[in-house]
Structure formats: structure tokens, C-alpha cells
Ligand binder design. Structure first.
Ligand SMILES: NC(=O)c1ccc[n+]([C@@H]2O[C@H](COP(=O)([O-])OP(=O)(O)OC[C@H]3O[C@@H](n4cnc5c(N)ncnc54)[C@H](O)[C@@H]3O)[C@@H](O)[C@H]2O)c1
Length: 310
């Protein structure tokens, strides 16, 4: 494990879980554009400022780059998500860091909007499935991956691991998902999903990952020896859908794509559409989250007056 690790976007949703997971294992430098963050000291820096990044990353072994903005701020999507990733990796290379973990997204796949996005080419979706984003955020994540691959080819950083999270189900979003799944009985699956075009609905894939699993995956990415550039899907093994996965895909797209491992969906009807065996093989990481248990845990915490599962 590396001794000194910097985290950009440390004050964000995933950042909090990563800090909790890594704090007892290494020295952390927390970087974010916000001025303050709970009990932690933040180095307030914009990832668009490469000179500041060079100053902050000096003396570190690795960087976890989480800072990004969503589609709601289109003007900043390219400069922060793409330019910021380039800056972080360039500063990391200049400062001799050996490892960088960067964040892509399921959004890069381009399977969010039922009315415009094409169905998957095959199931389950592995790391070889092409990215075909239509929206700006998805495009920015595709470009982040290209930036990471470019730095790996240059060889200035020993290892760049790119993680592709599905929807991270923070305790604060579980109630919303549960409510929307209930709404499916009224509107039908396609009705609810179509509203995702306005970013209010559920992901077509119904894939998710628990934030604690996500943080552990980031730690595994830091700890593992991988190829100079490696990318991995980050998904729970199941979905949060109300119906079996192949029934859902059939209902949404009107037909099924080629199924590479039918046995997977026969033995686990609610199996995720994303295949995470590459992460298991290379990082020694497996998701632990099961949707039913995650909701039960959240309900128990809510009834007890706590925030929900960590
Ligand atoms: N949360 C999800 O469901 C999800 C899914 C797929 C991918 N991801 C990716 O994972 C990463 C972390 O996600 P998150 O959920 O923690 O996001 P978040 O929005 O909660 O946190 C992002 C953090 O980045 C900081 N930030 C934004 N612009 C910055 C800038 N210019 N300079 C420095 N800091 C800046 C924000 O202040 C925030 O604290 C992002 O790259 C995101 O695209 C998240």
C-alpha cells in the first residue's frame, strides 16, 4: 500500500467513503474546490489549476482522482472532467507518482435514455463493450478514459486504473429509488425509464454499487499490481429492478441482444448486466452489496433515526 495518497474531489459523495476506508492505512491529502468539509482539512484547489496540483502532489505516491461535475453544469463539464483529468495526470507524472486511480462512469456506455440510446450489443456487458455516449457527461467520461490511456502509453506513471461505477446508491438516494420502483407498477417499466431523459428516472440498466463497495474497490485498485492501463466496471452483482434482468431488457428494448452467458441469468435471474470478473481477477475485488439487504439495512437505520447504511 502506498504511504502518501492524494484524493481530488475528496469532499464529494464517494470521497467521504474513500477517506473512511483509507484514513487508517495511509497519509491522505484531501483536495477539493470547496473550502471546508466536515471534520477534515481540505486543500482548496481547482483541478483546472495545474500549478497548484503540482505543488500539492509533490512527495505523494498515488492519486485518487474523483473531482468531476455533472451534466447540470455543461460549461464546466469539459474543462473540469476532461481538462481536470489531464491536469491531475500531468501533475502526477511531473511529481513522479507511481499510481493514479481515475473515475469513468456507466454514463460513457450511452445506455441511459430509452428513447435515443441503442440497446447493448451483448449481455453481460464487459470492458470490451464499446462506449457510445450521446450526452456531454458521458462523452467527458469517454474522453477521460482516452486521457488515461494516453498517459499510460507515455509511461510516466507506472499504473493508471480507471474505474467505471454504475449508480452509487448513497443512503440519501435509496428512498428515491424505492419510490420510483413502486411507481413502475402504475407507469410500466418503460414509462418510468423514459423520464430518465430528464434525469429524474432510473438507469436503464438498473445497475448500482454501494458506496462502501466502491471505496473498497478504489483501495484494491491502489493495492493491486495491474497493467499500465486497466479499466473495470464497478457494479453490484444484482440489480435493483422489480423483474428479472432479461425480462426487463426484453420489455425495454423489445428484443434481447446476444447473451454470452445465459447460465448467469438462469442461475441468478436478477444478475447485473455488468460483468465484474475482470476486477475480481485483477484487483481481487468483489461487490458485497445485495439490493434487498441494502434496502432492509437502510429501513432499519431510518427507523432507528440514523442516516442509513454506510
Ligand atoms: N456518484 C455516482 O453515482 C457516480 C457514478 C459514476 C461515476 N461517478 C464518478 O465518480 C467520481 C466521484 O463521484 P461523486 O459521486 O463523489 O461526485 P460528487 O459530485 O459527490 O463529488 C465531486 C467532488 O468534486 C469536487 N469538484 C468539482 N469540481 C471541481 C474542481 N474544478 N476542482 C476540484 N474539485 C472539484 C466537488 O466539490 C465535489 O466535492 C466522479 O468522477 C463521478 O463522475 C460517480
Amino acid at each position: 500500500m502506498f504511504e502518501k495518497v492524494a484524493i481530488t474531489g475528496a469532499a464529494g459523495g464517494i470521497g467521504s467513503f474513500v477517506i473512511d476506508d483509507l484514513a487508517s492505512r495511509c497519509d491522505l491529502t484531501l483536495i477539493d474546490c470547496v473550502a471546508s468539509f466536515d471534520r477534515f482539512r481540505i486543500c482548496q484547489t481547482d483541478v483546472r489549476d495545474i500549478d497548484m496540483l503540482r505543488k500539492l502532489l509533490r512527495g505523494h505516491d498515488a492519486v485518487v482522482h474523483l473531482a468531476a461535475v455533472g451534466e447540470e453544469d455543461p460549461d464546466r463539464v469539459c474543462s473540469v472532467n476532461v481538462g481536470g483529468t489531464w491536469n491531475v495526470l500531468q501533475a502526477a507524472a511531473d511529481c513522479g507518482l507511481r499510481k493514479a486511480v481515475i473515475m469513468s462512469s456507466e454514463a460513457g456506455l450511452g445506455m441511459e435514455y430509452l428513447d435515443t440510446d441503442p440497446p447493448p450489443l451483448y449481455l453481460p456487458i464487459d470492458e470490451r463493450h464499446p462506449f457510445r455516449p450521446r450526452d456531454l457527461y458521458g462523452l467527458s467520461k469517454q474522453l477521460c478514459e482516452a486521457v488515461g490511456q494516453n498517459f499510460a502509453r507515455r509511461g510516466d506513471i507506472d499504473s493508471i486504473v480507471c474505474l467505471r461505477p454504475t449508480e452509487v446508491v448513497f443512503p440519501s438516494v435509496i428512498e428515491d429509488i424505492v419510490g420510483r420502483l413502486d411507481g413502475e407498477t402504475e407507469l410500466g417499466v418503460a414509462g418510468v425509464t423514459r423520464t430518465s431523459a430528464e434525469r429524474h428516472g432510473l438507469a436503464i440498466s438498473r445497475a448500482y454499487i454501494r458506496p462502501d463497495d466502491m471505496a473498497r474497490m478504489i483501495r484494491c485498485a491502489l493495492e493491486s499490481e495491474t497493467e499500465p492501463y486497466a479499466q473495470f466496471w464497478a457494479s453490484a452483482a444484482d440489480t435493483y429492478a422489480n423483474q428479472p434482468t432479461l425480462d426487463l431488457m426484453q420489455e425495454l428494448f423489445g428484443s434481447l441482444p446476444e447473451i454470452h452467458t445465459l447460465q448467469r441469468f438462469r442461475s441468478q435471474p436478477y444478475a447485473a448486466v455488468f460483468e465484474c470478473t475482470a476486477a475480481q481477477d485483477s484487483l481481487g475485488w468483489e461487490p458485497t452489496g445485495v439490493w434487498r439487504d441494502t434496502v432492509a439495512e437502510w429501513r432499519a437505520c431510518r427507523n432507528a433515526g440514523a442516516d442509513g447504511p454506510s
